[in-house]
Ligand binder design. Structure first.
Ligand code: MSP
Length: 660
């Protein structure tokens, strides 16, 4: 029986700061799956939203001099604007501060209480503010090591408990009989092993010492419910629990939760126990992805090693970053973020393979047929024609099967076989040679096949990189939107109408200039930002759109004090092999020598720099550029004409002199 609805959720993100790479990753996966299932003609319910209560958020709001609600409103506005820039197609953005959600939580807590599954008690122990949960003594050390000692607060207060222990066996039975409820399999095994090896503790679900939560009124006077019970029921609010029973019954059982592995326990143990206790049907299950990591650590707010996505969007538009996230990590495993890998994906896959296939095809159509798609004569003989057809027939469905199973990386890998297949077809059919020989029918067939395969590729890729797919579609001269075409059209050759007038434009993905990338985006870097330097105020959302390279937020004296700026003398200078723009300088800082690689080779000859005094940032983390480690950065400015000028002290100053 086919399911009536494809329901899928992202986690409801905390509103203690603006979204970063991790949140973007989860949301891009869900958006891709939603777009794909819509193309298949299914009714899709894509739910995302905000988890707004708890001590952590109240503390952050206070730090910024705002009420929790005002703070959350700003973060939510910011997040939605960011998702708009990506073109995320969510159907429902749910907020845990919605009045209807309060009623939902109160209703469920009431149900649990009436069944005797909630009882009052007291709690004494450690509370992790960043994870918003009570931490048993056995986990104290691990939590401390990962979040710092200040994160754990000794707490002693009255609380209501949910009798979660009663559901241990039911959960073990559930995941034994229905293993596909937790994917990938390794995560199911992890949960099952934990349930089997340990008792399941009752869960403290209310607090009296914080106000920023959902009041439980007569159910538990003076207590608020927050975080887990509250947030997990956000999914129910989003599907009409209590407000539209018919819709809820229709949609809820078909919901899949896409989450990061950090919140697996909450979704696979706490949520189902609450649902079982309240007599609410279970959702379909959970798919857990790994983390984006940097320097072997999870990228997160608490670690202060965030990578924000706005600079990538500003420089390259949303799709290159989205493509990188989806293509460079396998769903179950962790992915290590690297600038080099990002540049490689964009230049090699998007600019070279995909962009070139489109641009050269359209150029040739322009040259040989005035940009108008010819009818396709069937000329047998060349195996390349059959090969392309066979490739499309085999690979596109295989890629879709991977996507159905949440393996987005291999789905994309397969689609790139098609992209490369198109380039191979062009090379092997060599339209320029067919034209020279006057083989008109063969030339028409070849031009048609190239463009038709690109049409199909644009449809196939539109869930993953919707904006680029649409740019392809438009240049191919096709009407409407690639993403509105039924998925079956991505499996079928021959649907490109003869007579289509194509509209060749700029290459859809410009190559990234490596030197410029590192100068503009990394190193110093707007990409990797400490929490303090991230503005998360009402002005932040528009800043995400309007910011240019020259506009930076205000900083404090302390921030400036972190920079070790010094006068340096250039001792030697040479070009970096294989990089037109890079110079390798060996500079003296008085007591020590440094190597600095800089993208100034088009503006300075190596000789002109030797002996010059310049200003360098000496305590910048080292970074490899084309295999050479750069141990600092020289300061330079760029004129309106694009000329780079290296800064020097106006009078002679000894190498090593501090600059302040
Ligand atoms: N509010 C809870 C979720 C409640 S769901 C009802 C929460 N929010 S969160 O803002 O911390 O977001 C956590 C989610 O963000 C993770 O599960 C994951 O989906 C995503 N990521 C955050 N950091 C991440 C990485 N470094 N890498 C990949 N995704 C991670 O937990």
């Amino acid at each position: 029986m086919s399911r009536p609805v494809f329901g899928i959720t992202t986690p409801l993100y905390y509103t203690n700061g603006k979204p970063h790479i991790g949140h973007t990753y989860s949301t891009c996966i869900v958006d891709t799956l939603s777009r794909y299932h819509r193309q298949k003609g299914e009714e899709v319910w894509f739910i995302t939203g905000a988890d707004e209560h708890g001590q952590k958020i109240a503390n952050t709001a206070k730090k910024h001099g705002k009420t929790p609600q005002a703070w959350c409103d700003e973060i939510v506005d910011y997040t939605r604007e960011l998702w708009d820039l990506f073109g995320m197609t969510y159907d429902r953005y749910v907020r845990t501060t919605e009045p209807e959600h309060y009623k939902d939580v109160q209703q469920v807590v009431g149900l649990l209480k009436s069944k005797g599954d909630i009882f009052s008690g007291s709690y004494e122990g450690w509370y992790s503010v960043s994870e918003e949960r009570f931490v048993p003594e056995s986990e104290k050390e691990t939590v401390e090591a990962s979040n710092g000692t200040a994160d754990l607060v000794w707490t002693s207060e009255e609380t209501f408990y949910f009798r979660m222990s009663a559901y241990r066996q039911a959960l073990i039975d559930l995941y034994t009989k229905e293993p596909e409820r937790i994917r990938p399999e390794s995560r199911r095994n992890e949960i099952l092993a934990r349930l089997q090896s340990d008792e399941l503790r009752d869960l403290s679900i209310t607090r009296t010492s914080i106000e920023w939560g959902i009041p439980l009124n007569d159910l538990a006077p003076g207590h608020v419910c927050y975080v887990w019970i509250d947030a997990l029921l956000g999914y129910a609010t989003a599907t009409g629990y209590r407000t539209d029973q018919g819709e809820f019954d229709r949609i809820w059982p078909h919901i899949v939760h896409l989450i990061g592995k950090d919140i697996l326990w909450f979704h696979t143990v706490i949520m189902p126990s609450v649902l079982l206790a309240a007599g609410i049907p279970l959702t379909t299950g959970v798919v857990a992805h790994g983390f984006w990591i940097k320097d072997d650590q999870k990228i997160s707010k608490s670690k202060g090693n965030m990578i924000f996505v706005e600079p990538f969007i500003e420089e390259f538009g949303p799709d290159p970053f989205r493509y990188y996230l989806l293509r460079d990590s396998s769903l179950g495993s962790d992915g290590a973020f690297s600038d080099d890998a990002f540049i490689h994906r964009v230049n090699s896959d998007l600019a070279n393979d995909l962009g070139n296939a489109l641009h050269r095809s359209l150029s040739m159509l322009g040259r040989y047929r005035e940009g108008i798609v010819p009818a396709r004569p069937a000329v047998e003989g060349d195996p390349a024609v059959a090969d392309l057809r066979a490739l499309v027939a085999r690979i596109v469905p295989a890629s879709d099967e991977e996507l159905e199973e949440f393996r987005l990386q291999s789905a994309l890998e397969l689609l790139w076989e098609v992209v490369r297949g198109i380039n191979k077809y062009i090379d092997s059919r060599a339209p320029w040679a067919l034209s020279k020989k006057g083989l008109d029918a063969e030339l028409d067939q070849t031009l048609y096949d190239m463009l038709d395969a690109l049409r199909l590729t644009a449809i196939a890729l539109s869930p993953y990189i919707p904006n680029l797919a649409q740019a392809m579609w438009t240049q191919l001269g096709l009407e409407g939107k690639a993403s509105d075409r039924p998925r079956s059209e991505a499996h079928t050759l021959g649907l490109l109408p003869a007579g289509t007038v194509t509209k060749i434009g700029e290459p859809i993905v410009p190559r990234i200039d490596e030197a410029l990338y590192f100068e503009r985006l990394s190193g110093g870097s707007p990409l990797v930002t400490t929490p303090e330097s991230v503005p998360a105020t009402s002005s932040a959302p528009s800043a995400a759109k309007k910011k240019t390279a020259g506009e930076k937020g205000e900083i404090q004296y302390d921030d400036f004090g972190k920079l070790d700026l010094r006068v340096a003398e250039v001792m030697t200078a040479e070009r970096v092999e294989g990089a037109d723009k890079l110079l390798k300088l060996s500079v003296s800082l008085g007591a020590e020598q440094r190597i600095i690689v800089s993208g100034i080779a088009e503006h300075y000859t190596p000789e002109s720099l030797v002996g010059r005094k310049i200003v360098v940032l000496a305590n910048l983390a080292p970074r490899k550029l084309r295999g050479v480690e750069s141990q600092g950065m020289l300061l330079a400015t760029t004129t309106a004409e694009g000329k780079v000028i290296v800064l020097s002290p106006e009078q002679d100053a000894p190498a090593g002199s501090p600059v302040s």
